[in-house]
Structure formats: C-alpha cells, structure tokens
Design a protein around this ligand. Structure first.
Ligand code: ZN
Ligand code: ZN
Length: 183
C-alpha cells in the first residue's frame, strides 16, 4: 500500500486500496494469537495532498470484525470504520526551543509527523496503528447486554434466572395467577 509522491499532482490524488489483513504485521499477529478476527480485507479510501516537503493523507479505512462480547462472551460481527489524518514529512522539522507543558523538548513524532524518504509513502505501519487504536477495548454485543448472572451463571439475555427479582410475596402473591373470568 504505497503512494508515490510524484503521482500527487497539484489537484491532489485519490486512491483506493483493498489490502488483506496478512499484509499488516501487527494485525496478522493479533489474528494468530486469537485476539482479533477480521471478516473482510481492509478497504482504504484516501486523498493525498502535497505541499513542499509535506504530504497530507486523509481518508477512511473500513473492515468488518468478529468480536466476543465482554459481558456475555457471545461472538458478534461489527463494522469498523476508522477515519484518519496523517502527515508525512521529508525532513523532520527541528522543534528545538519548543517545549511542552512539563518543559520537555517536543519530538516531531509526538505532534503526529511521520518521516518518509521523499519518493514513496508506505501506509502499512501508520494505518495498522490506527486500526489497533480504534478496536473496541470492551466490545458489547448490544449496549444493553445483561451478561451472566453473577450468582448462577445463567445467560440473562435469554431470560431471568431463578435468582432473579424475588417473586411477589405477602398478600399480593395470590394475585399472581388471578384471572378475571368473563361471564
Ligand atoms: Zn453480550
Ligand atoms: Zn442466577
């Protein structure tokens, strides 16, 4: 997944890539370790623009993931859409004299600048980082997933278990099965 800088004309360059997960080393490793499951290759739509020494690349990356719900452990599928804005620089600017709030020197990498050789930009590393950051940390099959009963382990999405809300007691208990019979 490379962008040749000489192909970026004054009006910019639009590109689309469809890239198998295996081409992203970190993602491929996650798949191998069973930490992630991709149902589709990664589709990247991007627009590249160039000004002297700087290439700005913006776009969206899409794929489909199979995730395990962090509450009920059930597997479910989910679309992942990752918008990105990247800036590649031929020469890392000197940020000498610039200091952050703690008085430490500001490194160009920390303000999001990525170095490249001036001819070609390889997007693999930068984009796989975006995907890793965008993956849900605690996926939920649904916002309202009820997970398991902490007492008996029953799947509460399938219905309330025996330990659930107490049955009505006292004088209203008799009303539970009470039906009005029509004459
Ligand atoms: Zn769930
Ligand atoms: Zn229970």
């Amino acid at each position: 997944m490379r962008v040749r800088v000489e192909d970026i004309k004054a009006e910019g360059l639009s590109l689309e890539f469809v890239e198998p997960v295996e081409d992203f080393p970190v993602l491929a490793e996650m798949v191998e370790e069973g930490e992630a499951s991709f149902l589709q290759p990664l589709t990247v739509c991007l627009r590249a623009q160039r000004t002297s020494g700087v290439v700005a690349i913006t776009g969206t990356l899409r794929t489909r993931l199979r995730l395990a719900c962090s509450r009920c452990l059930k597997e479910f599928d989910s679309d992942l859409e990752v918008p990105f804005e990247l800036a590649f620089v031929e020469e890392m600017p000197s940020l000498e004299g610039f200091e952050d709030e703690e008085g430490a020197e500001v490194e160009p990498e920390r303000v999001g600048l990525i170095p490249f050789d001036g001819e070609e930009i390889d997007l693999i590393e930068a984009l796989q980082e975006q995907v890793v950051l965008a993956m849900p940390y605690k996926p939920l099959c649904q916002e309202a997933c009820r997970g398991f009963c902490p007492n008996c382990g029953a799947d509460l999405n399938a219905g309330q278990c025996e330990c659930g809300p107490p049955e009505p007691t006292g004088k209203f208990a008799v009303l539970k099965d009470f039906k009005v019979r029509k004459p």
